[in-house]
Write a protein that binds this ligand. Structure first.
Ligand code: GRF
Length: 205
């Protein structure tokens, strides 16, 4: 059997709407060779967000399609996936992306998302960012965490790849809980991407 001389890197796009801490972390792991991905494109739903500075730092090309949100969800999705296919992207990583993105059947199990709760709890429309953590605290949960899942056409609904939990303290507010959950997110996303890579390799055999 021929010995691979160079590890193949999966071409991915990272889609963002905000600060881009996951984008930065994944770019670091890609750059150091710890994660065999190549971030070929960063797509943002908004202009001027912090994530775009990280994209610039890592020399990742950026697109901000339809920033005024003129397009219907269907037209937006078609445009995004045409752009991804044109650039040879094989997997999409949603990282704090806050616009609804319809997923065509041919992209099933190739779009990943991270959500800052233990799904199916505290998922669905309206549960994003601090709203999730505030709801977890209000309900009196003693455990929270994060979930990485494949994306389908229902919010926070697709098959789960990785979950990691952390404690909720009585003294928590949504900021302190968000920080503790985010520590777990930084472990969960690379772990889920590795799992996805293994599944892709398995399906190609
Ligand atoms: C994370 O908390 C993630 O769970 C949620 O959005 C946040 C992303 O943050 N989906 P950032 O934009 O990567 O800093």
């Amino acid at each position: 059997m021929p010995k691979p001389t160079q590890q193949t890197r999966l071409p991915v796009a990272v889609m963002v709407s905000g600060t881009g801490r996951h984008l930065n972390h994944l770019a670091q792991l890609a750059s150091s060779g710890e994660l065999p991905i190549e971030i070929c494109l960063c797509i943002s739903s908004r202009a001027g967000v912090g994530a775009l500075q990280f994209a610039g730092h890592w020399n990742i090309p950026v697109e901000v399609p339809d920033p005024a949100r003129d397009l219907s969800p269907e037209a937006y999705g078609e445009m995004i996936f045409a752009m991804l296919e044109e650039r040879g992207v094989q997997t999409v990583i949603l990282a704090g992306f806050l616009r609804f993105l319809p997923i065509p059947a041919r992209w099933e199990n190739r779009v990943l998302n991270i959500h800052p709760s233990l799904l199916p709890a505290f998922g669905g429309a309206g549960y994003y960012g601090r709203h999730v953590h505030a709801a977890v605290i209000k309900r009196g949960c003693t455990l929270s965490g994060c979930t990485v899942h494949y994306v389908d056409n229902v919010f926070d609904n697709g098959p789960i790849l990785v979950q990691r939990s952390c404690k909720v303290h009585a003294s928590d507010d949504s900021d302190t809980l968000a920080s503790r959950v985010f520590e777990q997110e930084l472990i969960a996303y690379p772990e889920a991407i590795r799992m996805h890579l293994a599944r892709m390799a398995e399906s190609e055999r």
